[in-house]
Design a protein around this ligand. Sequence first.
Ligand SMILES: NC(=O)c1ccc[n+]([C@@H]2O[C@H](COP(=O)([O-])OP(=O)(O)OC[C@H]3O[C@@H](n4cnc5c(N)ncnc54)[C@H](O)[C@@H]3O)[C@@H](O)[C@H]2O)c1
Length: 423
Amino acid sequence: MKVSSKGNDVKDLQLATQGQDLIEWAAREMPVLSLISKRFSSSQPLKGLRVAACLHVTSETANLMLTLKAGGADLALCASNPLSTNDAVAAALAANHNIKTYAIRGEDNDTYYEHILAALDHRPQVTMDDGADLVSVLHKARREQLGDVIGGTEETTTGVIRLRAMAEHGVLAYPIVAVNEADTKHMFDNRYGTGQSTLDGIIRSTNVLLAGKTFVVAGYGWVGRGLASRAKGHGADVVVTEVDSVKALEAAMDGFRVMKMNDAAKEGDIFVTVTGDVNVLDREHFEVMKDGAILANSGHFNSEINLKALDDMAKSVRQVRPSVQEYKMADGRRLHVLGEGRLINLAGAEGHPAAVMDMSFANQALCAEYIAKNAKSLEKKVYDVPEEIDSEVARLKLHAMGIRIDTLTEEQKKYLSSWEEGT
Ligand SMILES: NC(=O)c1ccc[n+]([C@@H]2O[C@H](COP(=O)([O-])OP(=O)(O)OC[C@H]3O[C@@H](n4cnc5c(N)ncnc54)[C@H](O)[C@@H]3O)[C@@H](O)[C@H]2O)c1
């Protein structure tokens, strides 16, 4: 890691102008964050608060950083994934906005963790995480700093699972608000954002036609639902695999073929894992996949495709397009892994469209304000986003979209809250 005199580690500060254009482009689709930013500028709810964020370093994240800065926060940012950084955006944040930024697209594992430690050198009072790596390093390697921290937020499903496990084992040292659990986050970001951007990543990486292909979606959670319906919209024959009987039933009633991965493996042309689980595509599946099969992951970690097993089984591996590795098997079949098995919507495309990140990051900004105000009364556990924040984000988004909705009349309020009235 080469930290500059200004305390940054980005690829090239000369990219700042290009990055600034990207940040401003995203801002056009982020009206909710912009409204919050205006309020923050005058009320300064985060004044002097040291915040370390470990998020995908994209143009949308940059707009969140600018909102927090407008609210008075003192910021450091590192990447939550080695392949998701936009180097131009990182340069603009460092050069134009004086935000300590430690992120380089394609950084190796050691640099990734050095960057997390550099963000922790900022001695955060609030952590903002996407996948819980920042919190995990803080609890393992920087225990002496835990006393500084008043609270944190977590962006994604996988991180929330890790943090809940920490809370259950009594090791979580400060309260966390699970931004992922807001309805205005997972119902929109995971479903519409990841649904669209995952397809975008697959198409940009391969330029394959989806129509007529057998498209296997592993996991029918929020992300899986969004992805499956979009793949169907492209004319693919969509197969779903699940381990949860209710979700599997829902997939079947939504019109998808549901089967075991062992069976799907023989049929699929394109496989996408979105489970948050490990080794969902494994040796037994690689053994039966068709020549030319495409394998991608859009779950948080690169653990869903067992790449080690695939590597052991392959006779040779070569890069055939920028984000495509071809694994040639002993029997001549070629299996193609996209984006090294990392989040394909970020590794192969630009992540979520700004319009959904507007809502996720509005939740982040309002939750940071909530922590600043309420930290003293919070316990060392994982909290859901307060309902008022969720409704406020939806209200602001509807307002920005020019959509007006009805309100309950007094008569209706009374009717809905009474048990006496019947037919
Ligand atoms: N790519 C992105 O930008 C992005 C955005 C949001 C979430 N995520 C990640 O996507 C993953 C899924 O998120 P979600 O919100 O849909 O979670 P979710 O909990 O709603 O859904 C996950 C589903 O996977 C199923 N599952 C678990 N193990 C399985 C297995 N072995 N085979 C088949 N199904 C299995 C679960 O039963 C569940 O229904 C998480 O890792 C999350 O962090 C990625």
